[in-house]
Ligand binder design. Structure first.
Ligand code: FAD
Ligand code: NAP
Length: 339
């Protein structure tokens, strides 16, 4: 048996909110065998198994009466390369951003807009991570997951994953699929996406007219570092709410009432509202009660100034939800996974 199981472990270092709750049992999986051992162990002890990666999309509201399994499997490899299109595979426990940097060092393009997103490769498909106009569905090839109900391995292709805005089949069937490794299709020729937020403007300011994928990555890292709190300094889980999709009618009505509303028409006729704008307009930006707050630069990010509990952060999120529903008739859905 290679799995090292510990009792009563604080999860504070293992969630980017820095919430101090305990795991009844805790172990790290470095291989598929470790994963299978953990499943057997949790079954034998009649305890649920909670799989985590970097803990950057979690809100832990109580001690976890489970075996918490942190994915720590490592390995990145090129599976095929036809000179233009390269398929790469990474183990679930690989940290996302170093994997992006590795791909750029190989001269591969596709992941640059997803630079500096915290967390692991294995968690990335869970909510189809996205930033600056690119989601992993755009570069996804396939993945291998373990069916926790049957113990069998299953391959998922793009269609099987049912990727949507911050959503996937894995989120809907929470706790069933344990993602072991993910494959991506990257390209040697860069097809850059620059028309989102301040990306092109940033490059132009730097005098870069013909950017490479590495230039785009560096620009996005710089923008993100200026705007988003570093979880190592100030606890947070990134955007706390998804940007709501509303009907074209409601979007138009809100725009008449609030001419400054930030809204993006979608291909399906709906309108995506910037949740951060709604929260800021409602006066929550910079709000703080005890150690739970709303970031002073980005109203979409809830922060833990030190000792906030998961329940305090959840309470604040619920107050914001109620306020936004009353003011705008819009429901804000929470993005982090609650436990
Ligand atoms: P965790 O938080 O550990 O887990 C998230 C969920 O996935 C949990 O339900 C967990 O049970 C499950 N899970 C984890 N690993 C596996 C696995 N191997 N198999 C099955 N289930 C698993 N997200 C974006 O989409 N775009 C962004 O731009 C972005 N920016 C962020 C910026 C900051 C500062 C922070 C703190 C977060 C940001 N996020 C963003 C959210 C977060 O980084 C992503 O959701 C990330 O993919 C979470 O990875 P993780 O390894 O930390 O997952
Ligand atoms: P921003 O640039 O201030 O823009 C605000 C919102 O408007 C974004 O959330 C984005 O929606 C949307 N938007 C901006 N330009 C758009 C365009 N050209 N077309 C359609 N929608 C557009 O956003 P930000 O907060 O600094 O974040 C920048 C990017 O990083 C965003 O894509 C955001 O999702 C991502 N991010 C995600 C998290 C997270 O935890 N999920 C945390 C930080 C940053 P989308 O969010 O739908 O892209």
């Amino acid at each position: 048996m290679s799995l090292q199981v510990q009792s009563a472990v604080s999860l504070k270092p293992f969630n980017t909110f820095g919430v101090d709750v305990q795991a009844r049992l805790f172990a790290e999986a470095h291989s598929d065998d470790d994963v299978r051992e953990a499943l057997a162990y949790s079954a034998a002890h009649q305890l649920p198994l909670l799989v985590i990666g970097g803990g950057s999309n979690l809100l832990l509201t109580a001690d976890i009466q489970a075996l918490v399994l942190r994915m720590a499997s490592r390995g990145v490899r090129v599976l095929s390369d036809n000179g233009q299109r390269v398929i790469v595979e990474a183990e679930a426990g690989e940290t996302w951003h170093p994997f992006v940097l590795w791909s750029l060092e190989q001269g591969l393009s596709g992941l640059e807009n997803l630079s500096l997103i915290p967390g692991t490769v294995g968690a990335a498909p869970m909510q189809n991570i996205g930033a600056y106009g690119v989601e992993i569905k755009d570069v996804f090839h396939s993945l291998t997951a373990l069916d926790r109900q049957t113990g069998e391995l299953r391959e998922f292709n793009l269609d099987d994953c049912a990727f949507a805005y911050r959503d996937s089949v894995f989120k809907h069937q929470a706790g069933r699929w344990l993602i072991l490794r993910v494959r991506f299709v990257l390209t040697r020729a860069a097809h850059l996406h620059l028309e989102y937020g301040p990306v092109r403007q940033r490059l132009t300011e730097q005098g870069i007219e013909q950017p490479t994928a590495k230039d785009v990555s560096a620009a996005i890292c710089a923008i993100r570092s200026e705007k988003l709190p570093d979880p190592a300094v100030l606890g947070n889980a990134g955007s706390f709410f998804k940007n709501p999709l509303v009907s074209a009618e409601l979007g138009a009505e809100l725009k008449r009432e609030h001419p400054g509303l930030v809204a993006y028409p979608q291909a399906d006729g709906q309108v995506k509202l910037a949740a951060g704008w709604l929260i800021e307009q409602a006066g929550w930006k910079g709000f703080r009660e005890a150690d739970a707050g709303v970031h002073r630069l980005q109203a979409l990010v809830l922060v833990n100034y030190g000792t906030a509990s998961g329940l305090q952060l959840l309470g604040l999120a619920q107050r914001i939800q109620q306020d936004i529903a009353q003011r705008y008739g819009v429901h804000l859905e929470m993005e982090p996974n609650l436990y």
